[in-house]
Write a protein of this length. Sequence first.
Length: 84
Amino acid sequence: MIHSLSGGVINEHGKHTFVKVELEGKPYWYLSLFSTVKEGDRVSVPYGRADLPTEAVVLKVEEADEQCAPYPMNRIKEIYEILE
């Protein structure tokens, strides 16, 4: 039986803000806890095995819930801060 038809709830989570940046010629998605982030902003993001703070420019901002996230929620990292 399908879970939602048996009275279960599929998703009660709200929308999240995802940002796409480019590092070393590759696109990366990060989760933003800052609702004010916009395209063109400079942000500090964790990068590499050591998650070193690295500056990047936001290419795209997308609002989505966990089921429609552009990157798996269990592996996505959060941006550190929006830079001035």
